[in-house]
Design a protein around this ligand. Structure first.
Ligand code: ARG
Ligand code: ASP
Length: 728
């Protein structure tokens, strides 16, 4: 073969290798069997055992679940951990006040004594993972109903949790995989003294806020630092002033070499939930019915709240966190609908179903076992549709109305009293007052009234059984006028008066119960809740049980009948590894998005004094002087980059690793066009977004003058070493 041709084939081969991203969130203990050779062919330089081993320190020992909702990683031998700013947000907010506004100004402990404890924040390590499928399935038969099956499985889970060895400081828990076709036991260790070490101001950590959320190009320094503390014996403990920094089994090395397009990457963390093996009917329902309904309700509430926030400083503070979390999934769902439509997810699933059916036709034993599955599933989704819709509407509407929260919380005192008399009442009371104090603090009557008025039409506009008759009656009384309806409800409603309610709660229980039992608002919401329980909740359970059973069989059947496809279990908040490479993408025709951004882009977006795009003066100065320390690259300061790793909610804060397992970035988001990856991952447009680790170090060292934290870390230069070796 001529040299030129060899070269041509080499190029094609390399392009094919880097262009094909791999879908999947893989279980770390199965990497050696399922993924190692593929990962090595994509560029990985370490072994599966370096990632997960129960006998030696491995990378998994440096990854923790943070508070059960995010991921974090150990980055120093003194228990320092790194996660996102939006994951530490709650903790940072709780330490903030007008005098010490750490959200606005940032926070940096210049000494370990200044690190701030956080009640309720914890980190969990995975000690080991064992396959316990056989033990969990013992006694389960095909004839059992879903609830009978669940009883047996729960009993087995209990027995397995007790039987398997664990240290006193550890926990055992079991999770189902592949829709309950497999079960794994996780032995974990949880540390509960986790202190805040550092956080940039929101103008860095949440730069671009909602406008940039789920978007590329991105310029957010979405990180914060905490430290794990332990007893002197290095064991887990509740907060105690004399606890000492935890000494980890493993801490990540930090790469100073940066990334370039095509580099191999891995993300190691705790993804929350995905649904990759649905029937086409389920996806159609999400696209056409469920997502649009939820988007509509949130948009109505957000329109009201946003108007108020823009015109009132106090309301802006009160509603900031609530609004951000509402807006987060509102925006995600729009992206999801768009992505599922553009990638023709329904057609794709229908094609899979067609091949599945054809193979059943050719195989009589499969046909007997699985012949009705697709038909059942499609009918099942049609049956459940009105109830799923009513459930989602109910949850979306009433979680936005604070008056409903007040009424139902007060009513929980009645329930506790009816069940356990004064004892039950007494136990419940502190929880209710706690909840109500923070609820009143974070709400405004007028906003809530207008949200109520904006959402009630959605509630009313449902099929008859889903609308409580009490609502219809009251609504008739005001001539079907939503504004009068809302005003009647909110004007002079004493439940909205905090002093009145707390005064009431200081009275003897009998008096309180009498008052609550006769309050018209409480009676109204109670009737609405009861109607929901009777006409939606209790009906949906049977439909859901049936779908779960079919979906579990369909999962099993797909793995048997469509053997050529690769299967990974849907995310379920357990530890997973996903791999891919650094890569840009084409969001739409004629446009290509490059894989990385830098500080130039921050300055291009800068709007002085803006709510979303202000830039701190110090950062502007560092930029003007190109004062990037050792963290910049050829006169530019990298900020974020894209890769093809398959991630989802819960992966925020996950370590992004290079081919050697060094930390190169911090995962925090996905691109808007690819948010449907939870249902239909598509390598062409699904990208995860990470902060370049060098930007994190730059902010800690040059912006915050907290170099002592960087000094705790081990910085490595893998590319420099490679170059040197190459030259020899
Ligand atoms: N989209 C990110 C994830 O789902 C959240 C980013 C937080 N920022 C925000 N503006 N809400 O968690
Ligand atoms: N931002 C998400 C999280 O917090 C990550 C994602 O959905 O990609 O978990």
């Amino acid at each position: 073969m001529k040299l030129a041709r060899i070269f041509f084939f080499l190029v094609i081969f390399c392009v094919a290798q880097t262009a094909r991203a791999d879908e999947g969130m893989w279980l770390p203990q199965l990497l050696e069997r399922l993924n190692e050779s593929r990962m090595k062919s994509l560029g990985m330089k370490i072994s599966a055992k370096d990632i997960y081993s129960i006998n030696h320190g491995s990378l998994k020992d440096a990854v923790v679940s943070l508070g059960g909702f995010c991921t974090a990683e150990v980055i120093s031998t003194q228990g320092l951990i790194l996660t996102n700013h939006h994951c530490g947000f709650g903790a940072i907010q709780k330490h903030s006040s007008i005098e010490h506004n750490y959200l606005h100004d940032g926070f940096w402990a210049m000494d370990k004594r200044d690190e701030l404890p956080n009640k309720d924040l914890f980190v969990t390590f995975i000690i080991r993972i064992d396959d316990v499928s056989v033990e969990i399935m013992q006694g389960v038969t095909a004839k059992m109903s879903e609830s009978e099956r669940q009883v047996v499985i729960d009993k087995n889970i209990d027995a397995v949790r007790k039987k398997y060895h664990k240290e006193d400081t550890q926990e055992n828990f079991v999770r189902g995989f592949f829709e309950g076709n497999q079960y794994y036991l996780f032995t974990t260790e949880t540390y509960r003294d986790v202190r805040l070490v550092g956080a940039p101001p929101s103008s860095i950590g949440n730069f671009g806020k909602d406008s940039d959320n789920w978007m590329w190009p991105r310029h957010t320094g979405d990180f914060s630092l905490f430290r794990i503390y332990a007893t002197k014996e290095n064991k887990p403990a509740q907060y105690a002033a004399d606890n000492v920094p935890f000494v980890p089994r493993k801490a990540f090395n930090i790469s100073m070499s940066g990334v370039k397009e095509g580099d191999f990457t891995m993300v190691f963390g705790f993804p929350g939930a995905t649904n990759e093996y649905l029937h086409s009917a389920a996806i159609r329902q999400i696209v056409e019915v469920i997502d649009p309904a939820k988007i509509d309700i949130r948009r109505r509430a957000m329109n009201v709240i946003d108007d108020y926030m823009r015109n009132d400083e106090e309301i802006k503070i009160q509603y900031a966190a609530k609004y951000a979390s509402m807006a987060n999934y509102w925006k995600k769902w729009s992206g999801e609908v768009l992505g599922l439509t553009r990638t023709r997810a329904v057609d794709k699933k229908m094609n899979i179903e067609k091949v599945f059916s054809t193979r059943l036709e050719a195989n009589p034993s499969w046909k007997i076992k699985y012949g009705n599955l697709l038909k059942n599933l499609s009918a099942g989704y049609a049956d459940i549709e009105p109830f799923s819709l009513a459930r989602d509407r109910y949850n979306e509407i009433f979680s936005k109305i604070e008056l409903y929260g007040i009424a139902m919380n007060l009513n929980s005192l009645v329930t506790a009293y009816e069940k356990n008399g004064d004892n039950g009442y007494g136990q419940r009371l502190p929880q209710v007052t706690d909840y109500l104090s923070s609820l009143y603090k974070g709400m405004n009557k007028n906003v809530d009234r207008d949200v109520f008025e904006a959402l009630m039409p959605v509630y009313k506009d449902q099929p008859t059984p889903f609308v409580a008759s009490v609502f219809k009656n009251e609504f008739n009384n005001v001539d079907n006028d939503f504004s009068v309806f809302a005003s009647n409800f909110y004007n002079e409603n004493n439940l909205l008066n905090k002093d009145f309610v707390f005064d009431l709660l200081s009275k003897p229980s009998v008096e309180v119960i009498d008052f609550l039992n006769t309050h018209s608002t409480i009676r109204f919401f109670k009737a609405i809740q009861l109607n929901y329980q009777e006409n939606v909740q209790s009906k949906i359970k049977d439909y859901q049980d049936r779908i779960n059973e079919w979906q579990r069989m369909y999962m099993f059947a797909q793995m048997e009948v469509l053997k050529e496809r690769k299967y990974y279990p849907d995310a379920n908040r357990t530890l997973r590894l996903t791999y891919g490479n650094v890569k840009g993408y084409t969001p739409r025709d004629g446009v290509y998005y490059q894989y990385s951004t830098d500080l130039d882009g921050v300055m291009q977006k800068y709007i002085p004094g803006d709510y979303e795009f202000d830039v701190p003066e110090k950062l502007r100065t560092l930029y003007a002087n190109k004062d990037f320390g050792p963290y910049g690259e050829n006169g530019r300061m990298p900020v974020c980059f894209l890769a093809t790793n398959h991630t989802t909610g819960g992966n925020s804060g996950s370590p992004v690793l290079d081919a050697y397992g060094n930390l190169i970035g911090l995962n925090f988001d996905r691109v808007w066009e690819g948010t449907m990856s939870d249902i239909n991952y598509d390598a062409s447009i699904c990208r995860n977004i990470q902060v370049d680790i060098r930007y994190v170090l730059f902010i800690i060292d040059k912006f915050a003058n907290a170099k002592h934290l960087v000094d705790e870390m081990k910085l490595v230069y893998p590319k420099a070493i490679k170059k040197k070796r190459g030259k020899r």
